[in-house]
Write a protein that binds this ligand. Sequence first.
Ligand SMILES: NC(=O)C1=CN([C@@H]2O[C@H](COP(=O)(O)OP(=O)(O)OC[C@H]3O[C@@H](n4cnc5c(N)ncnc54)[C@H](O)[C@@H]3O)[C@@H](O)[C@H]2O)C=CC1
Ligand SMILES: O=C(CO)COP(=O)(O)O
Length: 448
Amino acid sequence: MCMARIWSPLSRGLWKANNLQVRPSAPTLSLSYSDISVAFTVSVRSLFSSRRLHSPQPPSTRYFSINKSGISSVQMACSNPKQVCIIGSGNWGSAIARIVGSNALRSKNFDERVTMYVYEEMFNGKKLTEIINETHENVKYLPGRKLPPNVVAVPDVVEAAKDADVLIFVVPHQFIRTLCATLLGKIKSTAIALSLIKGFDRAEGGGIDLISHIITRHLKIPCSVLMGANLANEVADEMFCETTIGCKDATAGPLLREIIQTNYFRVVVVDDEDTVEVCGALKNIVACGAGFVDGLGLGDNTKAAVIRLGLMEMVKFVDVFYPGGKLATFFESCGVADLITTCYGGRNRKVSEAFVRTGKSIKELEDEMLNGQKLQGPYTAEEVSYMLKIKGMEEQFPLFTAIHKICTGQLTPKDFIDCIRNHPEHMGSRVDYSNLEALDIECQNSKL
Ligand SMILES: NC(=O)C1=CN([C@@H]2O[C@H](COP(=O)(O)OP(=O)(O)OC[C@H]3O[C@@H](n4cnc5c(N)ncnc54)[C@H](O)[C@@H]3O)[C@@H](O)[C@H]2O)C=CC1
Ligand SMILES: O=C(CO)COP(=O)(O)O
């Protein structure tokens, strides 16, 4: 009985295990957490078999190929070097500027000069843009690491972006709408965008908006995304890591990879853009939960449970709100790997631990501990909860909901574990007991 319930979606063709698709058709809200777990089992198997099937492709590009003329899009771009602008210069913005700047110097496909929009502020009595352009160091947001001299800090976002062919957005998500409004009609109509921003915004009328969708809608340019297990300081220190670019466009994908990839920062391009972006946003909520666990003095087992339940809610979220997403994407750097790194080493975890230990508000701690850097997790939790409440779905996402309520003082941190003790994940069973029941009946019969 139990197996029939679990496997019936497969037999109806809703799970496309070979394509690793979570659900290709319109969402129904009936997917249970047991179903997701079974899909994982199926997908892990098919994940590896599909890699073998596709082995002729280079492993870092899951779907791109040389075009009909036999010339790759990157070669085609040689005659027309692309100008790159980085919009944002915080901790991650500055770390990525180190990579983009040195790749632009190396590659004939890109103009050497890379502009970086810097939100102007004073640092020790001097303008931050002037310090960056004189010392080639973002002394406030990435101290101790040099930027390549071809990265030019510009305080006016329109000035920085107006000639760019590639716009890399990397600001905290709360600033994106204002920036888009400022840039509207002031950029090249042929430009492409890449968003490194982890977060959502509220959509008018009740839901959430993906940041890449906001960029595309407002600026009328295509926007790909880059998300991964990429703590900025470690990337700036050139410690090996991976990242995921979500890009549907077979011309843009290789170009974006070329400006981002280095020998220590390895890029995998997938076409499942929305899932990549949703992973990047939601893992920050889970990281707050990991911080609560640390603040409460609970152990690694508890943190692992929070990470796992968080992952299951991330999968369910994509399944319900972004149908057609691929389960395989959760196994890329933007999925499980980013969840792990953020739950151990991220700012959201750190501040959430202090929130429990000190009793101060998230805002106070952000100001005290981060020196101008911004948290995304509590805001994202608020946006997600706002949508779940409107849709009457809070109970299906108890971990996300509890984290939001704790951040906003509606619950205390001590309530956290009680909120997830009876998670839908713990209800029901993934085991087919029908054989055991049959055996039991046989045994009883033989005794008779
Ligand atoms: N820091 C990290 O390790 C990583 C961050 N990210 C994501 O990258 C995005 C950007 O984060 P970070 O670069 O770390 O920024 P950050 O949190 O270090 O710095 C805040 C930035 O916001 C700017 N800012 C402040 N007020 C502003 C305003 N009114 N308008 C425009 N900008 C303003 C500041 O000048 C500063 O550049 C976020 O979505 C974050 O989740 C992604 C991967 C790693
Ligand atoms: O996204 C990140 C690492 O991939 C950084 O996470 P935090 O914002 O929690 O530091």
